[in-house]
Design a protein around this ligand. Sequence first.
Ligand code: NAD
Length: 542
Amino acid sequence: MKGFFKIPKAVNEPVKSYATGSPERKEVLEQYNQLFHSVIDIPLYIGADEVRTGNTRKVTPPHDHKHVVATYHLADETIVTKAIETALEARKKWSKLPWQERASIFLKAAELIAGSYRAKINAATMIAQSKTIHQAEIDSVCELIDFLRFNVQYMADIYNQQPESSAGIWNYVSYRPLEGFVYAVTPFNFTAISGNLPASAAMMGNVVVWKPSDKQVYSAKVIVDVFKEAGLPDGVINVVYGNAKMITDTILNRPEFAGIHFTGSTSVFQDIWREIGNKIHTYNTYPRIVGETGGKDFIIAHPSAHAQQVATAITRGGFEYQGQKCSAASRVYLPKSKSDEIISLVKKDIASFKMGAPSNFENFITAVIHEASFDKLASYIDRAKASDQAQVVAGGKYDKSKGYFIEPTLIVTTNPQYETMTTELFGPVVTIYVYEDDKWTETLDLVNNTSEYALTGAVFSQDRYALSQAIEKLEDAAGNFYINDKPTGAVVGQQPFGGARASGTNDKAGSAQNLLRWVSPRLIKETFVPAENYRYPFLDKE
Ligand code: NAD
């Protein structure tokens, strides 16, 4: 095939409403019920093989933790080594495949998710990650499709970036895949991230060993099914689960380890980074280290802010998906003059929330992901109840008898350094600090200096001077900064996502910047008529 092929223009996948009576609502509920009442067996995927080690764990919905929907098999060291070697073998053909063939596979995957797999990937995400249908749709369907479509476009944009050539020579750049394999490590909270981290590296011609979170294995299986049906060759993405430390150690010991694409908590990422540093002499090439990690995301309202708008941003930005988005607002700064009004509006919203299984579409809140998270959140809530620096003004109850349910909880503190203002809790807990109206500038400094993280943040104000000051003073406090909007809900192609400081390497998932990390450019200079005499004119006699 010869030609400069044009990529179909990427557009964001429209979000379906799932309104009462809609066909998509009926279809997803049927799929949910069918999956919920079956037990599937999830193998490891090594090349063409589905590997079953017999050492299994159960998948149970967080909102109904005694109910089993699947078992999955754990890898041992031999399997992880097999995954690496299978990937390296696949690299021989995959890295040479013309880019448009790779593009075609991932564009087809996007279409499959938009169509025949839509209900299934939504239902799987609802069941095993306890997302409401809306949260599942914007994540596992729309965001994943957008990642695939936009990244194909960015890939073509990258290949189009070519140097100038002067007379008699031709310069060009070949965007080679990394020399080795990429390790993708993904979190529980976004099916889209889980699909994107291995896919973005693979799209650029790399081979991958992918380790999904134990709590996301169920929807990861749907992603594997989609990639297979889309025609991804065996061995390009190999999937292992099990002891994360053992898997990571086995991978980091290999000279062919060429990069890690990680999303998860800061401490895990920092440990991996340290390990890579310790083993730097092992590797054939300097590994690419890309990680998006934790956050302690803020909303600050100026005295001029519209109370209802701030309240809605807190409600949606803090509590949707039980606060388990890396971008979720969890520390809020309100001016004294508006605080009572905003707090009472948020309390009214919280009082109207229904909590329970995602199969009941009236529920806005479902369960948190696992028992360890539940216990951690409960302990922070208990300490807040007992503290003389904090007051629980809404929620505060929890119950794990059937599912890991934590009531959306609003804390007001008098100490801006109180533990729930500074620690990433990753749950439905929002803490408010009320500042004196004339301390706006000082409060911006407080927002900037309170947290080690810098992922997302939002400012609400009707006063342009105040906004301008916030934009300036909070320059380093967030990688994604929102003006008069909640700090969650980044859309691929519109708000590339990532944070700095302890929140990650800020390589912006869903952008050309991220894809550039998965290539190693090779510059080729060709001279048409080479020189035949070493001497320059200045060497001639006077
Ligand atoms: P986690 O750190 O517990 O797990 C993430 C991945 O790391 C999982 O696959 C897990 O099995 C693996 N892991 C755990 N211990 C490991 C080890 N010792 N060695 C290697 N791998 C290991 O995170 P999580 O609970 O799945 O996700 C929540 C975290 O992810 C939060 O901190 C959140 O802020 C962050 N997150 C960040 C972004 C972002 O874009 N910045 C997006 C989503 C989630």
